[in-house]
Design a protein around this ligand. Structure first.
Ligand code: HEC
Length: 112
């Protein structure tokens, strides 16, 4: 019994340790691009939680294009109930098109 319970306890501890880290960690590209000033994965900061963005657009085939455009040119009024109407600033050309696409892929991937 003792021999079996030790690996089980280790596995449980590993799961407990991995969960919150994965949920809260923003990728380095998001930090470098300045997104983390207003966004977190699992809670609202100034902008909506990226997990909530992912959930809203899950299953929407045009979501990637929509969100790439919003990050490039900014957005307003889509998350008023969460943000109180604060706008999302435009990020092109400060952040490259490739980096914006990568960030949007990351965000949409959160709900998969
Ligand atoms: C100054 C604060 C701020 C920064 C910095 C910021 N955002 Fe936002 N973001 C917002 C706000 C506020 C909204 C909600 C806008 C709205 O209501 O339409 C938003 C919304 C979004 C959305 C959802 C758009 C939609 O229409 O559903 C995405 C995706 C997003 N941001 C990605 C990013 C990325 C990627 C970065 C970094 C390159 C970034 N944001 C940096 C404030 C910010």
């Amino acid at each position: 019994m003792k021999q079996r319970s030790i690996p089980y306890a280790l596995a449980t501890a590993a799961l407990l340790a991995a969960g919150p880290v994965l949920a809260a960690d923003m990728p380095p590209l998001a930090q470098k691009s300045g997104c983390t000033a207003c966004h977190a994965i699992d809670r609202k900061v100034v902008g909506p939680a990226w997990l909530d963005v992912a959930k809203r657009y899950a299953g929407d085939a045009g979501a990637k294009d929509t969100l790439v455009n919003r990050v490039k040119t900014g957005g307003k009024g889509n998350w008023t109930e969460v943000t109180g109407g604060v706008p999302m600033p435009p990020y092109s050309p400060r952040v490259s098109d490739g980096d914006i696409a990568e960030l949007v892929d990351f965000i949409l991937g959160l709900a998969k």
